[in-house]
Design a protein around this ligand. Sequence first.
Ligand SMILES: [Zn+2]
Length: 294
Amino acid sequence: MKNISIIFSLLIAVIIAIFVFPFYNPNGQITDNRLSVAVTIYPTYDIVKNIGGDKINLNQIIPFGQEPHSFEPTPRDIINISNSKLFIYTGLAVDSWAIDLGDIAKKRKKFIKLSEVSEIVKNDPHFWLDIDNFKKMANLIANRLIKLDSNNEISYQENLSIYLAKLEKLDSAYKEQLGNCEIHSVIVNHNAFQYLARRYDFKTFPIMGISPDDKPSAKVLAEIVDLVKERNISTLFFEELASSRVIETVAKETGIQIDSLSPFGNIPQNEIQTGYINLMYQNLEKLKKAMSCQ
Ligand SMILES: [Zn+2]
C-alpha cells in the first residue's frame, strides 16, 4: 500500500511539476539561477553547504528535527526533487522512499546515490559515520557540482580542500582521544554506530534496530541488564529525535547514566549553524566521558 501511495503521489507531482510549476513563482521574486540541489539526510546537506556555500540553492527534503527513518515525502517534496538539477540520496533504510524517485532522476542523469561509496555493514545505513566514507561522499559531490556548474569550479575546489582538512583533523582527534579508555563499550538505543565503533575500536550494544522506533524484546532487555554488569558500561546513549520510553526503563533497571548521541541522519533546526564537524566533536566529548578515556 505504501508503495502504491508513493507512486500515486509521485505521478500527480510529476504532472503538476511539468504543467503548472514552470509558470508558477510563489513570491513574485526574481528566479533563482543558482544550481538547485535537493538532499535527503543531514550529512549530505552539510557537505553541499560547505562546498557549495551560497552558490547553491540547497534544499533538505526531510525537514530538520524530523526522525528520518519514518519520513514519507509529500507531493510538494516530490515536486522539489523533480525541479532540482541534482538529487542526492543514500538509497538505504534511512531514505528508502527516495529509491523510486532516484530511479526517475537517474533517467535524467541528475542524481547521486551515495551508498555506492561504501560497503554496507550489517544493514546499517549510517555509513557516513566512517570518516573515510564521508570524505568519499564529499569528493563525489564536489566533482558533480563542478561538472554541473563549472563557472564556480575554483570556489568548489577550495572549499573542498578546507573541508577535507577539517575532516582529517576530526579523525585524528577521535583516534587520539578514544585511544586510551577504561571502558570499551556503550549501549545505544538506535543501532546506528557500527561504522563509528569499528573505526575507533569500541563496541556498541543496541537496544533497538536500525530504525530508532523499533521495539526491543524482553529477551534483549534482559541481555542488556547483564551486559552492563559484565562490561562495566556507564552510559546508555539515545537519539534525540527518537522516542525515549524504553531508554528510561533500561536506565532504571540498570542504574546507568543516559546521554544523547546523534548519528546525524537528521538534526534539530537549531543545530544547523553548529555544523556536522562541530557536532561530531560534541559526540566525541560524550564518548570520552562514557568510556572514561584519558
Ligand atoms: Zn538513523
